[in-house]
Design a protein around this ligand. Structure first.
Ligand SMILES: CC(C)(COP(=O)(O)OP(=O)(O)OC[C@H]1O[C@@H](n2cnc3c(N)ncnc32)[C@H](O)[C@@H]1OP(=O)(O)O)[C@@H](O)C(=O)NCCC(=O)NCCS
Length: 166
């Protein structure tokens, strides 16, 4: 299966799809009641747009497959900074349920790593619920390790170095 990765542009109709899948992700990870009520679709849409309109230094990549170039998943990334310096954060990755286990998230993660490296961000991280086993397995497969576990928030942070800078 050939997977095409496209950066999303401002004004693209795909932004609406991304926003509703951000909500699907929350429902997937947190359950229907909490996930649906957490943020409005308008808020999620604006949050997605903030990654490509200059408010945040970020990007969104879409995975497309098939003759119709169907949008089957996305990844949202941005630059962040902590006490150790700048790093690349994957804020969310999502693949349509019927398209999972075909390497699509792995391909999207590759695009995220390329974006980080082009900005000289040599460390990357992502946060997820401690019980999001598919996502933790995906990142584990790509060399990430749990570096922080908040038992209180039931969240983990996964991280890896992208390149040795030495
Ligand atoms: C997590 C998610 C993005 C994975 O997408 P995907 O396209 O199926 O991932 P890939 O096909 O690239 O998987 C690559 C590897 O990750 C691991 N993996 C992915 N899904 C897995 C699962 N359900 N169980 C165990 N391992 C899994 C496997 O090692 C897999 O390789 P394999 O298929 O050869 O065994 C997808 O399940 C998803 O969208 N989940 C809901 C959204 C979500 O939770 N997003 C994160 C919010 S922070």
């Amino acid at each position: 299966m050939s997977i095409i990765i496209d950066p999303i542009q401002l004004g693209s109709p795909d932004l609406q799809i991304v926003a509703s899948r951000m909500r699907d992700t929350l429902i997937d990870v947190l359950g229907e009641e909490v996930g649906e009520s957490m943020y409005s679709l308008e808020w999620l849409y604006d949050r997605a747009v903030s990654h490509i309109d200059g408010r945040l230094l970020g990007a969104i990549y879409i995975a497309r497959v098939g003759p119709e170039s169907q949008n089957v998943g996305h990844i949202i990334v941005r630059q962040e900074e902590d006490e150790h310096g700048k790093f690349g954060l994957v804020t969310t990755a999502y693949v349509l349920p019927e398209m999972r286990r075909k390497g699509i998230a792995s391909t999207l993660l590759g695009a995220a790593h390329t974006w980080f490296l082009s900005r000289r961000l040599f460390r990357t991280a992502t946060d997820t619920a401690e019980n999001n086993h598919p996502l933790i397995a995906l990142y584990g497969r790509h060399g990430y390790e749990v570096i922080f576990h908040s038992k209180e928030k039931q969240m983990v942070r996964l991280s890896r170095e992208l390149l040795s800078t030495k």
